[in-house]
Design a protein around this ligand. Structure first.
Ligand SMILES: Cc1cc2nc3c(=O)[nH]c(=O)nc-3n(C[C@H](O)[C@H](O)[C@H](O)COP(=O)(O)O)c2cc1C
Length: 187
């Protein structure tokens, strides 16, 4: 059983990655395999609305997305993590959401999987971004466990999210609930 955390930050080793690793560690403690996938440095282009994916479950844009889509289909749990950029999820994670969402819309490979969002902000836009990510999980039929607060943490310079004790604890508890739900569903 595997959980993957997809980090939509442009910054390697940044706050979103730290928070995602923390959640994945909580999941690993429960015996699941985990993998972190960084979108930083990858070529993930936006959906061009060609509609080819509605005929066949793949995207004709030749970039780095399709191998990630295969990993998403193989995993039992998926976390989408994004920092807030101008009040919103990043362009990279939004491109991934749009294209994987449309590719899977008819075939429903994510229905019954477990997942949910993680968000990092400096100051504002976190609730909107959290909702943006939740829309994706909801429409695709994921089961989304909660935590002890909404999965949001604060940080700005690299590493400062580690000062947000409640944010870390929330991300940790979210990871525990992801693992618990996967085991209940698949164990
Ligand atoms: C282009 C850009 C836009 C940003 N816009 C916001 C914003 O609207 N609200 C906010 O609270 N933080 C904003 N931030 C700050 C980041 O969300 C914050 O630094 C976060 O910790 C970055 O995560 P990372 O270290 O994973 O890249 C922005 C940062 C960048 C680079």
């Amino acid at each position: 059983m595997k959980a993957i955390g997809i980090v939509g930050s442009s910054r390697e080793d940044g706050n979103t990655e730290i928070l995602t690793k923390h959640t994945l560690k909580a999941i690993e403690e429960e015996g699941l395999d985990t993998e972190l996938i960084r979108l930083a440095g990858l070529d993930i282009r936006p959906c061009d609305a060609c509609m080819a994916c509605r005929e066949e479950e793949r995207c004709p844009i030749e970039d780095d997305l399709f191998p990630i889509y295969i990993k998403m289909k193989e995993a039992e749990a998926i976390i989408l993590a994004s920092p807030v950029y101008f009040g919103s999820a990043t362009a990279q994670i939004k491109a991934l959401m749009d294209r994987t969402g449309y590719m899977s819309y008819d075939t429903r490979p994510f229905a019954g999987k477990v997942g949910g969002p993680l968000v990092v902000a400096r100051r504002a836009g976190q609730n909107f971004t959290f909702a943006q990510l939740m829309y994706w999980f909801h429409i695709l039929g994921f089961f989304m466990p909660g935590s002890t607060y909404w999965n949001i943490a604060f940080g700005h310079d690299k590493g400062t999210v580690e000062e947000d004790e409640e944010g870390l604890r929330t991300a940790w508890n979210f990871g525990k609930n992801i693992a618990l739900l996967v085991k209940k569903l698949k164990g």
